[in-house]
Design a protein around this ligand. Structure first.
Ligand code: DGT
Ligand code: MG
Ligand code: MG
Ligand code: MG
Ligand code: MG
Length: 182
């Protein structure tokens, strides 16, 4: 990013304190992943095995660290969303990013994808199109059957990997418990 046209993003970094109700998102990006993927002959533009491996790592992260409530992976990067923690409250840089991006010109990108890789975006697997989301899903589990045959269930949290749209409100209204503190 240094000395590139994305240098301007630095301007959004400040070392002021976070307001107490801010979410913390840690972004981890593969270093020189372009070179790494060439050296290891990764499939272009998406290598399914590599993405699955990154997803497995992210699942382990959620299993080990209860403070991570949501993870989103795309390309060589993963973002981990944490409940606000007093430990990080005092230090670190953060960016307050403008809410609207420059128009994404999805049509142009799809055209480029088709020309360069002969890939039809609409026919790609969901993982390549939407990225990967890791979160704790509430699932009903049958623990035993009563004498009458009625199942006794309990709600359990299971770390899952899904590839769905998280930009719209649908997912969030269906899973309100993700962003609520226990
Ligand atoms: P950086 O982050 O500044 O050290 O540089 P890079 O090379 O990691 O570049 P970045 O993070 O801006 O962009 C990710 C690069 O990794 C980009 O060149 C596309 C490549 N890449 C990501 N996922 C895949 C994949 O599944 N297969 C292949 N062949 N390349 C991938
Ligand atoms: Mg980069
Ligand atoms: Mg970089
Ligand atoms: Mg990278
Ligand atoms: Mg990247």
């Amino acid at each position: 990013m240094a000395n590139s046209k994305y240098e301007y993003v630095k301007k959004f970094e400040t070392d002021d304190r976070l307001s107490p109700s801010s979410w913390i998102v840690v972004r981890i990006d593969g270093c020189h992943f372009h070179r790494f993927s060439a050296e290891h002959a990764f499939a272009k533009p998406n290598d399914e095995n590599a993405l699955n491996l990154m997803n497995s790592c992210a699942v382990s992260m959620l299993e080990q660290f209860p403070d991570i409530v949501f993870a989103y992976g795309v390309s060589d990067e993963y973002r981990y969303g944490l409940y606000f923690m007093s430990l990080f409250y005092m230090e670190g840089n953060y960016s307050v990013l403008p809410k609207t991006g420059k128009g994404t010109q999805a049509k142009d990108k799809n055209e480029l994808l088709f020309q360069q890789f002969n890939v039809n975006y609409d026919k790609l697997p969901q993982m390549f199109r939407k990225g990967s989301c890791i979160y704790r899903k509430k699932v009903e589990e049958v623990v035993k059957l009563e004498d009458t045959g009625n199942p006794v269930t309990r709600t359990r949290s299971k770390v899952v990997v899904e590839h769905m749209d998280i930009i719209g409100p649908k997912f969030w209204s269906e899973h309100p418990y993700i962003l609520k503190e226990e």
